[in-house]
Every structure is written in structure tokens, then in C-alpha cells.
Ligand binder design. Structure first.
Ligand code: FAD
Length: 407
């Protein structure tokens, strides 16, 4: 039985609506406050929902809603720029298939599902201040309005205001040395990949692509020495970016140049500098707690940002259902911290390979086939993908996050 009656959630991205649905299942009423005025139509590129993310969605009955907007990504094929296939890895077959979704479609699906369940999502509410109250917390928004709850959950992304409110010394996002781009284009006449994402450590930049009869999509990570925020990168005309991207892939034996050539400038998604935060020291204070990128921002190289946010939403709701607030937050952090930081660190190593300079690149290309041989072993990454959460099981402080032997 939940010890609290209501929660206010700051941020209506991916983790916010997932947390509201999980809390509702735990008997806790939650309202979501989102800074933007309306739905994020057309914003963001493609991201993956890993098998563990789907397990977490299933725990709150939201997997079908997300599966309806995703397309299967059954394996990842690693290639060198010479066209050589280095490795193929897939999650164990007993797990749900990995999905490729466009962020705005994921966002729309989660919102629609939350609203269908009677959850209130208020737009145009940009949090500017957090106050601790004797029995809960109060949020103040830029429009002067306020909201109070027994707990306040900061699901407000990598530049979280809630994070700074509970720890003014909290770290800022770290630039990975890479700029992100992506787009859909037509695949006619290109060699189909089927439901497999091909990833290429190119001579000068990193390229990912999937080509199916009805749709093709690609993403690129370009080494860039200085950070560039999304708004700044978006000021460069898309035509200019497409030209620069095609130029960087000119020597690689991949469909990169052709796919970039087929991309309409208006379809190019310019993400800007890719970022992460290796460790957020303070996850909670009094009645305030962080979730998703606010607590554990991993770069897109992990393919896990959305999945980890959803996992955290589910675990936080279980903890608040079964334990008093202070213990719930401590147990939630214990269940989550080691796992998310391990995944953030793994992605950071991948980023270093992607951003390698000319000399490091030679070494990387020489060692890659050996590394891939080891990495291609599904047992090595099953811990990441196999993370079932039994929502109904009572939270026992100190117990494992998942059944013995699994992630
Ligand atoms: C616009 C956008 C585009 C993205 N595109 C990609 C992508 O292409 N590929 C990829 O892998 N990942 C992308 N991400 C990141 C990915 O969505 C997250 O890593 C992941 O889903 C974790 O979700 P989250 O809910 O913790 O954070 P987010 O999905 O970042 O959601 C945070 C939400 O909080 C809101 N917010 C922020 N500050 C305040 C405030 N002060 N008051 C109220 N609300 C606030 C934001 O508007 C946002 O809706 C994108 C994120 C955003 C916001």
C-alpha cells in the first residue's frame, strides 16, 4: 500500500509519462508538467527501445502501444569502412525484439496511452524553482503558477532544473566529441539490410543504416572538436550539413553517400553535440527525486537512454508503493545506480572509438576485428538486455533488482 497519495512529475518527455503510468498502477496519483506548449511533433531522431526497455514497458502494460509505432531491429551488424563484416550481435531470442522508433512517435504513443488512462499532462509549465515543504515539495513555474505534491519527480532531461535545485554543484553534461545527425530516405534500389541495423566505423566518421523495402533510415556521428548545441548546429543550412556528411563518407564502402544524397534537407534531423553525464552524485533530497536523463544521461551510442528512463520509472513506482519516502528513494537508487552507470561508461568507450583521431583510428581499425569477436558473444551483453522487473513483487530492501542470474 502506497505511503503517499500524489506525485508531481516535472518533464513530459519519455520518462515522465512512463513514471505517471507506473505510479498510477502503484495507487499514486501523478500529474505531469511539461515546459513546452504542445506535443513534440517532428522533434528528435530515431532511437532504440532495447529488449529491457520493452520488459519495463510490459511491466506497466504499455509495451503494445510502443510496439505499434516501432519497427523491429533484430540484430546489429558491425562493419569496417572497407565493407568487411566484423560481427553481428543480437539479443537472446527469448527476449522481446529491439525496436527502432522515432522519438516523436514514441513520445506521442506514451502520451496518448497516459492520457487514455486518465493521467493529467499540463503543457506550457516550465519549472523554475523547487521548494521543500514539511510534507512534500512545491514547484513554481515560469508562468507564476505552482503545484504541490507528496513527492516531486524530476524527469526533466539532461539539462535538469530539478537536479540543480537539489544539488547546486551537480555536474553539467559532458560533450562526447561527436555531432549527431539522422534522416529517413527512400531505399529503392539499395541493397536491403532487412531488420538489421548496420553500423560502420568509417574512415572519418561513424554511420548507421537500415534499409527495408518501405523505408530506409540512417544516422551519422561526426567527430567535432568543440561542443555545438542543437540550436547552433541547426543554424547551419541542412544542405550544407548534407554536403559535409557526404564528403566525410566518400571513401567508405557503404551506401552512406547515396543515402545522404537521397535525403531531403527538410528531413535531416540535426541533434547537435552528443552528451552524457558519467555520474550524478545526488539523486534525491527530502521529497524530491530524479529519473531518466536527469539522473543518468547516457549518450545515444548506448541505444539505452529511453529504455533506462522507463526502467527507472517502473522501479521508482514500486519503491514508493512499498516503502516510506526516504527508504523508497534510497532503495530506488540502490536498484538503479550501478546498472545505469555501467551502461553510460560502455557508451563512453564506444564514443571514444567513434571520435578517434587519425592515429588512434589506425589502431582502432587493427584491433576492431579482435574486439568484435569477443563482443559478438551474446552472453557478454545479455546482462544489459535481460532485465525483467516484476512489478507486483514487493520491494525488499537490499534484494536483487531482477531474478538471480539476470541483468
Ligand atoms: C527534443 C529532444 C530530442 C531528442 N532526440 C533524441 C534522439 O534523436 N536520439 C536519442 O537517442 N535521444 C534523443 N533524445 C533523448 C531521449 O529522448 C532521452 O535520452 C530519453 O528518452 C530519456 O528520457 P527523459 O524523459 O529522461 O528525458 P527527455 O526525453 O529529454 O525529456 C525531458 C522532458 O523534460 C522537459 N523539460 C526540461 N526542462 C523542463 C522544465 N524546467 N520544466 C518542465 N519541463 C522541462 C523537456 O521539454 C522534455 O520534454 C531527445 C530528447 C529531447 C528532449
Amino acid at each position: 500500500m502506497a505511503g503517499i497519495g500524489n506525485a508531481i512529475i516535472i518533464g513530459g518527455g519519455i520518462g515522465g509519462p512512463a513514471a505517471a503510468m507506473a505510479l498510477q498502477r502503484a495507487g499514486i496519483e501523478a500529474t505531469v508538467y511539461e515546459a513546452y506548449d504542445g506535443p513534440a511533433t517532428g522533434v528528435g531522431g530515431a532511437l532504440s527501445i532495447a529488449p529491457n526497455g520493452r520488459q519495463a514497458l510490459a511491466a506497466i502494460g504499455a509495451d503494445a502501444a510502443v510496439a505499434a509505432v516501432g519497427r523491429p531491429m533484430r540484430a546489429m551488424v558491425m562493419q569496417s569502412w572497407t565493407g568487411k563484416r566484423l560481427a553481428e550481435f543480437a539479443a537472446p531470442e527469448r527476449l522481446p525484439e529491439q525496436l527502432l522508433v522515432w522519438r516523436y512517435e514514441l513520445y506521442r504513443a506514451l502520451h496518448a496511452e497516459a492520457v487514455r488512462r486518465g493521467i493529467r499532462i499540463e503543457h506550457g509549465k516550465r519549472l523554475v524553482a523547487v521548494e521543500h515543504a514539511p510534507h512534500g515539495a512545491r514547484a513554481t513555474f515560469a508562468d507564476g503558477s505552482t503545484a504541490a505534491g507528496d513527492v516531486l519527480i524530476g524527469a526533466d532531461g539532461i539539462r535538469s532544473t530539478v537536479r540543480s535545485a537539489i544539488d547546486p554543484g551537480a555536474p553539467s553534461p559532458r560533450y562526447t566529441g561527436l555531432l549527431g545527425f539522422g534522416a529517413r530516405c527512400t531505399g529503392d534500389g539499395l541493397a536491403p539490410t532487412g531488420p538489421k541495423m548496420h553500423m560502420v566505423f568509417g574512415r572519418r566518421a561513424f554511420f548507421g543504416y537500415q534499409i527495408e523495402p518501405d523505408e530506409a533510415g540512417w544516422f551519422a556521428n561526426l567527430p567535432h572538436p568543440t561542443p555545438m548545441r542543437a540550436a547552433e548546429a541547426q543554424r547551419v543550412p541542412a544542405e550544407e550539413w548534407l554536403r559535409r556528411i557526404a564528403e566525410l563518407f566518400r571513401d567508405d564502402r557503404t551506401p552512406a553517400v547515396e543515402m545522404v544524397r537521397r535525403t531531403r534537407p527538410e528531413d535531416l534531423v540535426v541533434t547537435g553535440g552528443l552528451e552524457d553525464i558519467p555520474r550524478v552524485p545526488v539523486w534525491h533530497k527530502a521529497s524530491v527525486v530524479l529519473l531518466g536523463d536527469a539522473a543518468h544521461a547516457t549518450s545515444p551510442s548506448s541505444g539505452q537512454g529511453a529504455s533506462l528512463a522507463i526502467e527507472s520509472a517502473v522501479q521508482l513506482a514500486r519503491c514508493l508503493r512499498d516503502l516510506p519516502v526516504a527508504e523508497a528513494f534510497a532503495e530506488y537508487e540502490r536498484l538503479r545506480r550501478a546498472r545505469v552507470e555501467r551502461i553510460i561508461a560502455m557508451a563512453a568507450r564506444t564514443n571514444a572509438d567513434k571520435a578517434a583521431g587519425p592515429i588512434a583510428r589506425v589502431l582502432r581499425d587493427a584491433l576492431m576485428p579482435i574486439a568484435m569477436k569477443a563482443f559478438g558473444d551474446p552472453k557478454k551483453f545479455a546482462w544489459q538486455f535481460d532485465h525483467p522487473i516484476d512489478f507486483a513483487a514487493p520491494v525488499v530492501p537490499g534484494a536483487r533488482a531482477t531474478p538471480a542470474g539476470r541483468g
